[in-house]
Design a protein around this ligand. Structure first.
Ligand SMILES: Cc1cc2nc3c(=O)[nH]c(=O)nc-3n(C[C@H](O)[C@H](O)[C@H](O)COP(=O)(O)OP(=O)(O)OC[C@H]3O[C@@H](n4cnc5c(N)ncnc54)[C@H](O)[C@@H]3O)c2cc1C
Length: 395
């Protein structure tokens, strides 16, 4: 890519911001257009595994992420009621020694602001707020982006990092909106000091049980505990991330679960219990056209049952920057990016969907048997955590 015109990025989520940083660090000018008037992220946690951490380290952000987050010692799959450990993945120093970067859990708002600061350090005016991408046209010379209100902006390429309800995807592919999976998710963050000391484990715990599962892990150096409760709710379609629901419904959804889950729910702020619908798409075999491509949830919306949605977006960003700075024509670079990303992201989306069936098996014996047949540490080490977006050979 030789043109001095910028790559235009729709969306300033984790994917769009990381893409802008990777591009600008490769001396490719980038501009991000965000529909929201104010930058921010919802109050919830996010896990940063090594495959994302390597990219953050490369762009100089891993120390800040580590300092703002927590460093759990272990990742456990546990029985919903008695807490028996069904499988375990060592984290902490063993994980860092094996993968070169730690496994971090971090508040989304903290991660987002680290990314925003990094973009601003590279180019103070790179992110434009209150700028909803509405349409685009392209020809051999470049892209013309149209914002709501009619303003147009010229660029060399367009990256739709505009999330699960992507406008760029609708214009590009025209497929139906992402469908409701049948699972709704509770989220809450509680102060660790509100829990008995025995319940402040420095662990990522996946509590599996009939028709639902819960995820708990520390945030902000262990001062807070993140709770995510994924429940099969066939009729539930609401998708707002910011609508509070009655606390009692969350309590009832996890009645009879391990006392640690009960203690976390008991400690939750009763006016701040959020529940939203999980949406996915079947993996696509094409998400680009000419100078336009997709990244992150816009390209490959997934169930969060491997905690890999944002990690995939971060990998996408690194591979896209590698392809665009290799000197090929833009259209070829975008084709190469897509070719190299689809097999991996399809695998992660499909395995995340398969985890729904595994985590929600109907009884204790079925759960015990299914987990006894797996070796989650070996599986995830072999292909998931070991992927290095910076050095993986590109065809
Ligand atoms: C319960 C849950 C837990 C999760 N846990 C993890 C985890 O532990 N680890 C992990 O890696 N992933 C996790 N994920 C997935 C992760 O949250 C997403 O995959 C990730 O945030 C997607 O980032 P994105 O940048 O692609 O999209 P988004 O974060 O959705 O960002 C899209 C941005 O585009 C903007 N936008 C939309 N339309 C337009 C437009 N037309 N013009 C301009 N701007 C626009 C939006 O306002 C938004 O800012 C989890 C998801 C859920 C639901």
């Amino acid at each position: 890519m030789t043109s001095g015109a910028p790559v235009l990025v729709a969306g300033a989520g984790i994917g769009g911001l990381t893409a802008a940083i990777c591009l600008m660090r490769a001396d490719i000018p980038a501009r991000v257009f965000e529909q929201a008037a104010v930058l921010g992220e919802i109050g919830a946690g996010i896990q940063v595994s090594a495959n994302a951490g390597r990219v953050y380290r490369d762009i100089g952000l891993m120390d800040a992420i580590e300092a703002a987050g927590a460093l759990p010692e272990t990742y456990r799959f546990r029985m919903f009621d008695d807490g028996a450990v069904l499988q375990e993945i060592p984290l902490g120093e063993a994980y860092r020694a094996r993968h070169g970067v730690p496994y971090v859990t971090i508040h989304r708002a903290d991660l987002h602001s680290i990314l925003v600061d990094a973009v601003h350090r590279l180019a103070v005016d790179a992110v434009r707020l209150g700028a909803r991408v509405d349409d685009f046209t392209q020809d051999g010379a470049g892209i013309v982006l149209r914002l709501a209100g009619g303003e147009t902006i010229c660029g060399v390429a367009l990256v739709g990092a505009d999330g699960v309800k992507s406008t760029v995807r609708r214009l590009l592919i025209g497929d139906p909106p992402a469908r409701y999976t049948g699972d709704a998710v509770w989220r809450a963050i509680v102060p660790a000091e509100a829990l008995p000391p025995a319940y402040r484990d420095n662990a990522v715990d996946i509590w599996v049980g009939p028709g639902r599962h819960a995820v708990t892990y520390p945030l902000r150096g262990g001062r807070f505990v993140n709770f995510v409760g994924c429940v099969e709710h066939p009729g539930f379609e609401d998708e707002s991330w910011t609508t509070a629901h009655p606390w009692e419904e969350m309590r009832d959804d996890f009645a009879g679960w391990h006392p640690r889950i009960g203690a976390i729910i008991e400690a939750a702020d009763r006016g701040q219990c959020y529940r939203w619908a999980l949406r996915i798409r079947e993996p696509a075999d094409n998400w680009s056209d000419g100078r336009v491509t997709l990244l992150g949830d816009a390209a490959h919306a997934t169930l969060p049952y491997m905690a890999q949605g944002a990690a995939m977006a971060v990998e996408d960003a690194a591979v896209l920057a590698r392809c665009l700075c290799a000197g090929d024509p833009v259209v070829d670079a975008i084709g190469r990016y897509q070719r190299n990303r689809i097999p991996r992201t399809t695998r992660i989306v499909n395995e995340s969907t398969a985890n729904r069936a595994l985590f929600h098996l109907p009884d204790r014996q079925a759960l015990r048997d299914a987990f006894a047949r797996r070796d989650m540490n070996a599986e995830r080490t072999a292909w998931l955590f070991s992927y290095d977006a910076l050095t993986v050979p590109l065809d």
